[in-house]
Write a protein that binds this ligand. Structure first.
Ligand code: SF4
Ligand code: SF4
Length: 431
């Protein structure tokens, strides 16, 4: 029987790009590389206007332990600094670079004799972060303050539309597994699981055929949110991460398959993290596909390259990330970063535009919630701003997967209400 977790949902997969191999995406003349591509303090700029840079020149230095180095993705000249909105709308500092289209590179020396210490240092130096979209600096995850015995690798790719991890596993499987091996060495663990949803059978078969001892490829039921950290750990190890606890509290570290791939590139090729695999999809564009995209390319440039003959009016919503947990962007000014796993240009048919109506007490939001919450009861308490009652409903354990909103036939904005509930509790009663 396929391993899985309790509850969840199964939205239409819409994996239109699953059979399209990864291609290189051409970069524009001007790029803006964000100094804040990770969770934690923004990197400090270490270049100035007029400096010449190459592919792999460090342009931002990690500012503290929970931060990450930032590298140029092209060769050219630094034009200056600019504040631009990121995909969440927050304004962050970017380094503007004029591309000379030569792609001269300055890479780190390849590591030929890997040790726990030199691998850790390389992962930190290369600026690798959680490439599944969480963007937590990987070197921080690899320094757990509690003993761990298991590495869990997320190859679930449970969000609809996105297929870049699937293509990486199929086309770069050896590098993905080598990266898993390097992560195991740093953590000093014997066992790693790679969890992959069963709708990616070719990837499961291929990785099984090449996986070395100590890395187990596990087929998981195709169900959302199979790739959420707590659900994935439960599916693969049957360990339960309590509310407020971290995976390391149950002896586990979780990383994404793309993170493992980036680790391998940094170790074997000396390639810092300046490019990533991305899916471009949705019926608002003609040239859907999976691409290796350099950091710092504006969403507008990407859109213009892939729209083809589709009328602009067809695109109703642009989402950075997946449709369940990604961010709907209000303009195309943001640029690609280490965490941009996909850009979706969705049409009216592909987005929910209906207005919320009254709750009909159908219980679908409760039945689907993987964290066993009751969103239909939380929402009215948020409207009343009833802090004490909210505390008894445990909204802090919500993983913000969006299953409740997706399942609700009345289209209640349940996820937004639960986010607000968290804020109310954190701020001690203030809405
Ligand atoms: S309440 Fe939170 S965890 Fe539960 S379904 Fe809604 S978003 Fe997901
Ligand atoms: S799914 Fe929507 S309509 Fe049904 S109980 Fe939950 S909030 Fe009410």
């Amino acid at each position: 029987m396929l391993r899985t977790f309790k509850r969840g949902t199964h939205p239409p997969e819409s994996k239109f790009t699953e059979n399209l191999p990864l291609e290189d995406f051409d970069a524009p003349q001007i790029l803006a590389i964000s100094l804040s591509q990770h969770i934690g303090a923004p990197a400090k700029p270490i270049v100035k206007e007029g400096d010449l840079v190459k592919v792999g020149t460090k342009i931002g230095e990690a500012n503290g332990f929970v931060s990450a180095n930032v590298y140029s993705s092209v060769s050219g000249i630094v034009k200056g600094f600019k504040k631009l909105p990121n995909a969440t709308g927050a304004k962050v500092m970017h380094v503007e670079i004029e591309n000379d289209f030569k792609y001269d590179a300055v890479l780190l020396p390849a590591i030929t004799e890997p040790t726990k210490e030199n691998l850790y240092e390389r992962i930190r130096e290369a600026g690798i972060v959680g490439m599944g979209g969480a963007t937590f600096p990987t070197h921080v995850k690899l320094s757990p303050s509690k003993p761990v015995d298991t590495l869990v690798i997320n190859g679930a790719e449970c969000e609809p539309y996105i297929t870049c991890d699937y293509r990486l596993m199929l086309e770069r499987g050896e590098e993905v597994l080598k990266g898993v091996g390097y992560l195991k060495t740093v953590l000093g663990v014997e066992k790693a699981f790679v969890g992959i949803e069963n709708n990616k059978k070719k990837a499961i078969e291929y990785l099984k055929s090449i996986a070395p001892e100590g890395i187990e490829i596990v087929a998981l039921k195709a169900k959302y949110p199979q790739g959420a950290e707590k659900q994935l750990i439960y599916s693969l190890t049957r360990r339960i991460v309590p509310t407020g606890a971290l995976p390391m509290d149950v002896g586990v570290v979780v990383a994404n398959v793309h993170t493992a791939y980036s680790v391998c590139r940094a170790v074997d090729k000396g390639e810092p993290c300046y490019m990533r695999a991305m899916t471009l999809s949705g019926d608002g564009i003609e040239k859907k596909g999976n691409y290796f995209v350099r950091n710092g390319i504006s969403f507008e440039y990407i859109y213009n390259q892939v729209i083809g003959s589709v009328p602009v009016e067809k695109t109703r919503k642009v989402i950075s990330g997946g449709p369940m947990m990604g961010f709907s962007v209000s303009n195309l000014l943001p640029v690609t970063t280490k965490g941009t796993s996909s850009l979706l240009f969705l049409t009216e048919k592909q987005v929910n535009v209906s207005k919320p109506t009254q709750c009909i007490n159908c219980g679908r939001c409760v039945r689907g919630c993987p964290m066993n919450l009751n969103p239909s009861r939380i929402e009215p308490m948020v409207i009343e701003s009833h802090t004490e009652k909210l505390k008894t409903m445990n909204p802090m354990s919500c993983i913000e997967c969006g299953v409740c909103s997706y399942n609700c036939p009345a289209k209640r904005p349940l996820l937004s209400a639960i986010r607000l509930a968290k804020k109310i509790i954190k701020e001690g009663g203030e809405k």
